[in-house]
Design a protein around this ligand. Structure first.
Ligand code: 1PR
Length: 590
């Protein structure tokens, strides 16, 4: 591993007046390093001499810089899982005392920089990194090292690496956010990436840093999505990754392990994948609700009816949520979704068992966890008001990486289409503003309505493959709320376009007609929606065989396919789906 030494911040600030870029020579090599533009307002960085704090010596402790902008529970769980304790940064001095520092950037660039500057942490971070102390930035924690970002900007970053962070360009035919498992092109030998090889790692972001001659020496890997962007950097003991190691399964955990314990040396290689590009995702979904005995169970309906058709009319019980989520993670699910299907009528923050389920599940599931149900404003029995943002925040704190909004997104879209104005107040807008749109999924529950003449309705119709009961050749897809109980005057097409504008980062596209039928996905619907929006679409409802998955990926632009019943009933293993897709030439994470 190369070991570069670092200039102090005060030297840098002097250097800035003479050059926009210059080279810094360490004893072993010459590297371009730590630039500020001339005349640019300097960061609030004092001389590192003002911080003469000794590093902590406890080998099993890692210091975490969590500035409170969002969910870092997944990362905490991953760190604990590999045997390390966490010390949280409270003051800038804690950064300087750290033996190893992990900085998981969460949220948007500008508020993150704002918090770092206001708390004096930007300065401490600069000093820590200048001293070549062990550092791992994750996602936004990589982007903040660059000079600036276009995210709601330009906004000045820490300025340690030359370059500007920009948005992916969806006009190049890619979906933004970049969500899912993609391949790395390793640019230099970096110990923490040693186990990755040809495996996919998990990304979720809309902005990225681009390689240039000025930052070339920093780049340890790139990733192709539209363009080649910077997937990781390394110099000396300073590392940062754009992907999420804590959500990249075993391979991701090995990245963390190698950073936290660099002496671990080469271990046996993990299973090698076939990664060359963004993989299609296979998602396991758990519909969760309380049964009549008061136990929280995984259930599964036929066309959203989750009760047994017996005299007792019980809620179907297909297993325990935490056990099943853990099993699906081990089986190779690329994501696990929990849908709290009765939360539309119960207050989710009062549903403590569900929050507990999330907490336990997230301790052992190191792929993304999406949680939905009941995200809306709420007043409890005592008249206390809870905003949808508070509900979502509690889900994030309990272990969700993404949240999914159903009914409330329908109301927001209706309102938006009626007024033509974004109020900024809907749950969708508020949550995506705070957590980023990549953290917000909209779950659509449409029902097919056949029509003879497309002009007979104001909603977008499709010519259906299989005509309706009265030989109708067209259908529109009516959105519903409250778990399919109420039809609304809005089509799935109109809803999808509206929620994309309001800040949804992804669409989970169910279909009530196909749910639990095992006859295949509704290709007409999925094609309609995945061609209408430029955010990723998850195809859901109706999977019965492995061929249904290859069909949906061949015939539509869906980014992921979700199934429930066939996995719960162990009819089709997740690995069988992936093996089939791979054989059919559809790239998946193995
Ligand atoms: O409206 O914000 O409270 O969210 C409620 C959430 O709960 C929504 O995401 C809604 O889709 C979900 N939901 C409500 N009622 C039901 C129900 O089944 N009675 N489940 C329900 C939706 C559909 C899929 C299912 C696929 C795949 N479940 O998630 O997993 O159809 O099933 P399959 O592979 O067996 O065909 P809010």
């Amino acid at each position: 591993m190369e070991a570069a030494s670092f200039t102090s911040t005060s030297q840098l600030l002097t250097a800035e007046s003479t050059a926009s870029f210059s080279s810094y020579s360490s004893s072993s090599q010459s590297l371009r390093f730590l630039r500020y533009k001339p005349n640019a307002k300097p960061l609030n960085c004092k001389s590192s001499r003002s911080f003469s704090v000794r590093a902590s010596t406890d080998d099993s402790v890692v210091t975490l810089l969590d500035y409170g902008a969002g969910n870092v529970r997944s990362l905490r769980n991953a760190i604990k899982h590999i045997g390390f304790d966490i010390k949280d940064v409270q003051t800038p001095e804690d950064i300087l005392k750290a033996k190893r520092l992990i900085f998981p950037g969460v949220g948007a660039f500008a508020p993150a920089m704002d918090v770092l500057n206001k708390k004096g942490m930007a300065e401490a971070l600069c000093t820590y990194i200048e001293q070549d102390r062990p550092f791992l930035g994750i996602c936004l924690g990589l982007q903040l090292l660059f000079e600036s970002s276009e995210e709601n900007g330009p906004v000045k970053g820490l300025g340690l690496i030359p370059g500007v962070v920009g948005r992916f360009d969806s006009s190049k035919g890619i979906r933004v956010p970049h969500i899912g498992w993609n391949a790395l092109q390793i640019a230099k030998d970096t110990q923490i990436l040693d186990d990755i090889g040809n495996s996919h790692v998990y990304f979720v972001h809309s902005y990225r840093a681009m390689p240039s001659d000025d930052n070339r020496e920093w780049i340890s890997s790139t990733c192709k999505y539209g363009d080649n962007f910077i997937a990781s950097i390394q110099r000396g003991n300073v590392h940062a990754v754009q992907f999420h190691p804590e959500k990249s399964g075993d391979v991701g955990l090995s990245v963390l392990r190698r950073f936290l314990n660099p002496k671990s040396g080469k271990t046996q290689k993990l299973v090698q994948g076939n990664a060359s590009k963004l993989a299609k995702r296979v998602i396991a979904c758990l519909d969760v609700r309380t049964n009549d005995k008061g136990d929280l169970v995984v259930t599964k309906g036929d066309q959203y009816d989750v009760r047994e058709h017996t005299k007792e009319n019980e809620v179907r019980n297909l297993g325990k949520p935490v056990d099943l989520a853990g099993q699906y993670y081990k089986d190779g699910a690329d994501e696990v979704s929990f849908l709290n299907i009765t939360a539309f009528r119960d207050f989710p923050l009062g549903d403590l068992p569900m929050l507990k389920v999330l907490r336990y599940a997230s301790e052992n599931v190191f792929v993304p966890l999406t949680v939905g149900g009941g995200i809306r404003d709420f007043k409890d029995g005592n008249g206390r008001y809870y905003s949808s943002l508070e509900v979502a925040s509690e889900y994030f704190r309990s272990g969700a990486d993404k949240i999914s909004i159903g009914s409330d997104a329908v109301y927001a879209a209706e309102e938006y289409l009626k007024s033509g104005v974004k109020s900024g107040k809907s749950s969708l807008e508020q949550i995506s503003r705070v957590y980023g749109n990549q953290a917000v999924v909209v779950s659509i529950d449409p029902r097919r309505v056949y029509v003879k003449d497309p002009k007979a309705v104001e909603f977008r119709t499709v010519k259906v493959r299989n005509p309706g009961p009265n030989a109708e050749e067209y259908a529109w897809y009516q959105c519903t709320v409250s778990g399919g109980r109420e039809g609304r005057p809005i089509g799935a097409y109109e809803l999808a376009k509206a929620v994309e504008e309001l800040g949804a980062g992804e669409i989970l596209l169910n279909c009530i007609d196909c749910d639990g039928q095992g006859k295949g996905f509704d290709i007409d619907l999925i094609k309609l929606i995945s061609d209408a929006v430029s955010i990723p679409v998850i195809a859901s409802s109706g999977a019965g065989t492995v061929e249904h998955f290859s069909e949906v990926f061949r015939e539509t632009n869906a980014s992921a396919a979700l199934a429930a019943g066939i996995f719960h009933r162990k009819e089709v293993p997740i690995q069988a789906v992936k093996g089939h897709l791979s054989k059919e030439g559809i790239e998946v994470r193995m």
